[in-house]
Design a protein around this ligand. Structure first.
Ligand code: DAH
Length: 341
């Protein structure tokens, strides 16, 4: 085909090309404007045109080039004007959407809820207390001696240097609030934040979470405490788990115990996590001290009860083999994503 005819054909194509949106405009640009487009082949062929035809062909070529460029310019401006008027979207509505990344619950929330579920099925009801407490509810009524070291500045955050108002150091304060306002039988669980004046490290934090349990009734026995905690441990760690109780001391219980579960990693054989003992401590517990009952207006001759308290951070550490307490509060998305369910 003569070059003149090829040019005429392209001119027809340029004129007939319909541009409706950003992508057809871009396709037009690639075809007719870009250096790699179809017109540049014609410009290359121009070099071969005999001299006597050069003037005519050159004019035709320029006309084609100008028509394409003019059309591109007009269409581009028209499209931009439309976009500004909001007539058309400047994005492709047919593209598949980017999926929304769903968040996940914090492990302290999910395990906390698991613990609550286990105890509420045993008849415990939730009871709440404030994080800012009085010395009476946090210490004195719980039978802490006047000079007990836990009251000292190193352990307790006092509010505005007032030694009577403090950030609760444990959820045991809710025991006092409940026993002072309710009549036995009482069976409550209290979950919440507690605060201690500790330097933050892998093993200690100034803020953490505790679950406190309390059962007061006629003739409540230590055997019931043991059975309750065994059932709890089996529900949380699996039915093969065993518990043991070691004698301990808390001012608000007598007798007092520390409760261990058999290490679920080595099944009692001994490993790094349980420091080769086969056991992991999960909570403190005991029979409510008669002085504590008296302080709340409950007759220790008529009623007995048990109490227990555990740290949720510690339980989550044992369940997921987490080595550093600081991970809970650093908001590192890589840590949190592992708990997606
Ligand atoms: N309040 C104790 C603590 O923070 C934990 C505790 C131990 C709670 C024994 C209890 C208990 O109710 O009986 O270390």
């Amino acid at each position: 085909m003569r070059i003149q005819d090829q040019i005429a054909e392209k001119l027809n194509l340029v004129e007939a090309y319909t541009i409706t949106d950003a992508s057809s405009l871009e396709a037009f640009r690639l075809l007719f404007i870009s250096k790699k487009g179809e017109l540049s082949a014609l410009f290359d062929a121009f070099k071969q045109v005999p001299n006597d035809q050069k003037k005519e062909v050159g004019q035709l070529l320029n006309q084609l080039k100008n028509t394409a460029e003019e059309k591109f310019k007009i269409q581009k401006e028209a499209l931009e004007a439309k976009q500004q008027d909001g007539e058309i979207a400047d994005f492709d509505v047919f593209l598949p959407p980017v999926p929304h990344a769903l968040g996940s619950l914090h492990p302290l929330t999910t395990v906390g809820q698991e613990i609550i579920d286990i105890f509420t099925k045993m008849g415990f009801t939730l009871s709440d207390g404030p994080e800012i407490e009085t010395d009476w509810n946090n210490f004195s009524a719980l039978n802490f001696a006047e000079n007990h070291p836990a009251r000292e500045m190193q352990d307790t955050f006092f509010v505005e240097k007032n030694p009577d108002i403090l950030l609760r150091t444990h959820t045991s304060s809710v025991q006092i609030r409940t026993m002072s306002t309710q009549k036995p039988p009482i069976r409550i669980l209290s979950v919440g934040r507690v605060f201690r004046n500790e330097t933050i490290s892998a093993r200690a934090h100034c803020m953490f979470h505790q679950v406190e349990g309390l059962y007061i009734n006629k003739k409540v026995s230590f055997a019931e405490l043991k059975q309750t905690l065994l059932h709890f441990a089996k529900e949380l760690f699996g039915h093969k788990v065993q518990i043991r109780m070691r004698p301990s001391y808390f001012p608000f219980t007598e007798p007092s115990a520390e409760v261990d579960v058999s290490c679920s990693l080595c099944h009692g054989k001994g490993c790094n996590v349980c420091k080769h003992t086969g056991w992991l401590e999960i909570c403190g517990a005991g029979m409510v001290h008669p002085n504590v009952l008296k302080n709340c207006g409950i007759d220790p001759e008529a009623y007995t009860g048990f109490a227990f308290g555990m740290g949720i951070e510690r339980i989550v550490m044992l369940k997921y083999n987490i080595k550093d307490l600081r991970l809970y509060t650093e908001n590192d998305i890589r840590f949190l994503r592992q708990f997606k369910i």
